[in-house]
Every structure is written in structure tokens, then in C-alpha cells.
Design a protein. Structure first.
Length: 457
């Protein structure tokens, strides 16, 4: 016989799926539900927990439980399906520059006309060819950070670097400390590898080191995943003292440091990476997707010598090796200065797009960095991010809520916007629409231009 609380769950689920309970509706408090249904407070909590696990509601500390918009994947983010060609994608970043396609044609002709072309048809060393690792190591050397080619592994993009690190150095059940808002790709990876993520509270300029110390005292934390240079989504760049403090905590509690530097190239003169302060325990991961092209799946993981065998084994198990055609292309572009030129142009492009965002979003409060390709828009207390996302999708604009980025039990009402994937003109018009939709959601302000009226019902 079905437990009574299951019938309550089913009734709520049917009401939400049928549209009887609309997106954004506030449900009764746990205590009100218990009184209305003549169940215990613990059972009422269980009802809402099951609905949340089904993706039908979201609970927010101090505010209540709300019906989610089930017409969208959870928050978009990493779960977003391919968008239609007429949708402006402000969810993912794939920045490109004019003329990159022609440069690719020229580079492929050069590879075809020189060297041993048949070598690209054979297996390569799991960590990549030493000559190419030396080229990449020289490119990444700056500000006191001088990686050794011997301890560098070439991987199929930064996400693959994170994957082999999790597979090779962690085991199911391990506890990993991450910022309370973090990169969704690592969250997805942690779920697949059965890692437990615990949230580090943060301030405006980075994670709270004292909170991390307390977490390490209460739990057996195995590793910390961090983005010290251009954090995604909050854009902070940790200063030298903050980096040294994290390194000291990691030594004190014997933590593995997983340093994600995918966007670090955008900051012209950042402090040295954490791998500089704690080289004996840091895996430094970056790639050539954001600074060159997302379709070129080439990245590197730089690690202490003792970690290399486990990481090589993980490469062998997941990809065997990164295709040498891709690594040759990237290394040729490093040597002829193309990668440096791309990085310079993209830094300039990111700053321009941040300027467009400031102009287009007007008075809206946003959290960002002037060199980044994304920004974070917190919403007013009573606003609902899923309603904003739905209204924008109705206007052919795709953005993400905080849900894919959030590790804490309480998901903030905010949206994250990627700035690097559409033209400047389309970005400007899309951000104006974002502002109008948020103003309508927060204050009931209708757009001045009736044709631009957001589709909120």
C-alpha cells in the first residue's frame, strides 16, 4: 500500500505538471503543510524533499518553497540542450575572432605540406610528445611560474584535465571543498565520480579561508577545487595573500589542490598561480578552447611528479592520447605568435563587451570583472530567476540561473550571462532585453518600446 506522504507528493507533482500550480508559485510552509494534511513536520519536510529531488520545486532558506519552471532544463547551464539558430546564446562562452577560419585553413595546409604527415595516423605518448609539451610549457611561463615539460600532460581540453584528475587522484566518496558557486562542469564531473562537494562560503573578493579551515576540521576533506584567476561565475582574481593562505591551509590539512585556469589568460598580469605557492600538491589545468577556439580540444594538466603515473593511466583509460594533429596545430600557432595575438585580441574584446554590458544593463547590480567574458546578476529578494529565464527564452535569448553553479542547499535568485558568443550588436540588444525583463519581474516596469515587451505571464 502506498505511504500517505507519497500520495501528497503525487498530487503536488500532478498539479505542477498540469500547470494548476504555475512556475514561481510559493507553496505552503512546512508547518502549514503539516497542519493542512494532518502529517508530522518531518513528513512535510520529506514531501518537499522528494519534490525538489524530482526537479519540480526549489527551496530557499528564509523564503520558502517555490514551483520551478519545468519547461526548462534545471537552470540551463551545462544541461542546456542545443539552442535554435535564431536564439542568442548568453549561456555558453565560445568567443571567436574575425578571420580565424582562414587562419585554420592556412595552418592545416602548412601541416599537410611539412613534416611526417603519417605520424598523425599513429598512437602518440599518453602525455603527449615531449617537444610539444616543451613548447606549451614555455608559453605558460610567466610571473615566477615556470612549469616543467616533464610533469605536463597534454589532454583533450581543460574539462578532460579535470576528469583525469578526479579519476586518477580521487576515489568515490571523497570530499572536495568548492566555492559555494562554482563551475557546473566540475559539479557534473563530481556527480559521475561520486565525489561529495561541500561549499566554501565566500565574500566579495573570494572564498573565506577561515570557513575552509573549519570545514577541514569538521570533515575529512581530500581536495579543494578552485579558480583563483577569473572565477566562473563571480569573476574574482585572488591576490597573493589569498593564494598563499589557501596553499597554507592545503599543506596543513594535506589537501590536493585542483586549480582551474581556463579563463586566466584574460587577465594581463595576474598573480602567480596556486601551483607556484604549493607545487608539491597542485594540479594546474588550462586549455586552448577559450583563448583560441572551443573546437580545438587541447589542454594541459601540470602536476607534481608523484601524480603523473595516475594521471597518465586515466588518460589511457579515457582517450589514449590527444590527437597529434590538434596539438601540432596549437604548438605551431604558439611558435608563430598566433596564440599570443588571439589572447591579446580577446582581452580587448572582453573589455569591450563588459563596457557594452555596463551601458546596456543600466542601474542593475552586477558582479563581474572588467576583463571577463561573463557576469552575475543578483535579483531582488522577491524576484524569481526561473521566470526571468523563461521570459528571455520566449524572446529567443538563453541565459542561466544560479542553479547549475550552486553547491549550497539554498540557491540564490540570480542569473549568469555569458558575453562572448554573439556579435556586439546582438549582445547590446539582448542585454537591453535582459534589463527590461528583470525590471518587469522586480518592479513591474514595462518597456518604453511596446514591441520589446517581455513575454511574462
Amino acid at each position: 500500500m502506498k505511504a500517505r506522504y507519497k500520495s501528497i507528493v503525487d498530487n503536488f507533482a500532478e498539479a505542477i505538471r498540469s500547470g494548476e500550480l504555475t512556475a514561481g508559485s510559493r507553496l505552503p510552509t512546512h508547518r502549514q503543510l503539516a497542519l493542512a494534511k494532518h502529517i508530522s513536520l518531518a513528513t512535510a519536510t520529506r514531501v518537499y524533499s522528494e519534490l525538489e529531488a524530482m526537479g519540480l520545486v526549489s527551496g530557499e532558506a528564509g523564503r520558502g518553497t517555490f514551483v520551478r519552471d519545468i519547461s526548462l532544463p534545471p537552470g540551463h547551464g551545462v544541461d542546456q540542450l542545443a539552442v535554435a539558430t535564431d536564439v542568442l546564446d548568453l549561456n555558453f562562452n565560445y568567443p571567436s575572432l574575425p578571420g580565424q577560419g582562414e587562419r585554420l585553413r592556412d595552418a592545416l595546409r602548412q601541416i599537410a605540406a611539412s613534416g611526417d604527415i603519417e605520424s598523425h595516423l599513429r598512437y602518440q605518448p599518453h602525455a603527449g610528445r615531449l617537444t610539444e609539451r616543451e613548447i606549451i610549457a614555455r608559453h605558460l611561463t610567466r610571473g615566477g611560474f615556470s612549469p616543467e615539460a616533464e610533469n605536463m600532460l597534454i589532454v583533450n581540453g581543460a574539462q578532460h584535465g579535470l576528469t583525469i584528475t578526479a579519476m586518477g587522484l580521487l576515489k568515490p566518496g571523497d570530499v572536495v571543498a568548492v566555492d559555494a558557486l562554482t563551475y557546473p562542469g566540475f559539479k557534473a564531473l563530481a556527480a559521475l565520480c561520486h565525489l561529495e562537494l561541500i561549499a566554501i562560503p565566500y565574500a566579495a573578493n573570494g572564498p573565506d579561508p577561515e570557513a575552509l579551515r573549519q570545514l577541514c576540521t569538521r570533515r575529512q576533506v581530500r581536495a579543494i577545487y578552485t579558480m583563483p584567476t577569473l572565477h566562473n561565475p563571480l569573476g574574482w582574481v585572488l591576490d597573493r595573500q589569498q593564494r598563499k593562505a589557501l596553499a597554507d591551509i592545503a599543506r596543513q590539512h594535506d589537501l590536493l589542490i585542483i586549480e582551474d585556469a581556463a579563463y586566466a589568460y584574460l587577465v594581463r598580469r595576474p598573480p602567480p598561480p596556486l601551483a607556484f605557492y604549493a607545487p608539491e600538491r597542485t594540479v594546474y589545468i588550462t586549455g586552448f578552447s577559450k583563448n583560441v577556439a572551443t573546437g580545438l580540444r587541447v589542454g594541459v594538466a601540470i602536476c607534481p611528479a608523484r601524480y603523473r603515473p595516475a594521471l597518465e593511466r586515466a588518460i589511457r583509460a579515457t582517450a589514449w592520447n590527444t590527437p597529434s594533429l590538434m596539438t601540432t596545430l596549437v604548438c605551431n600557432w604558439i611558435e608563430d605568435g598566433t596564440v599570443s595575438r588571439f589572447e591579446t585580441l580577446k582581452r580587448r574584446d572582453a573589455r569591450l563587451r563588459q563596457s557594452v554590458a555596463r551601458e546596456s544593463l543600466g542601474h542593475l547590480s552586477c558582479i563581474t570583472h572588467p576583463d571577463s567574458y561573463f557576469l552575475w546578476l543578483p535579483l531582488a529578494e522577491e524576484a524569481r530567476a526561473d521566470r526571468v529565464v523563461k521570459a528571455l527564452m520566449d524572446n529567443n535569448i538563453s541565459v542561466s540561473t544560479a542553479e547549475p553553479f550552486s553547491v549550497s542547499a539554498s540557491v540564490p535568485q540570480a542569473i549568469r550571462i555569458a558575453l562572448g558568443s554573439v556579435s556586439i550588436d546582438n549582445l547590446r540588444s539582448a542585454l537591453i532585453k535582459v534589463r527590461e525583463v528583470i525590471e518587469f519581474e522586480q518592479y513591474g516596469l514595462k518597456p518604453v518600446n511596446a514591441r520589446a515587451k517581455p513575454a511574462i505571464r
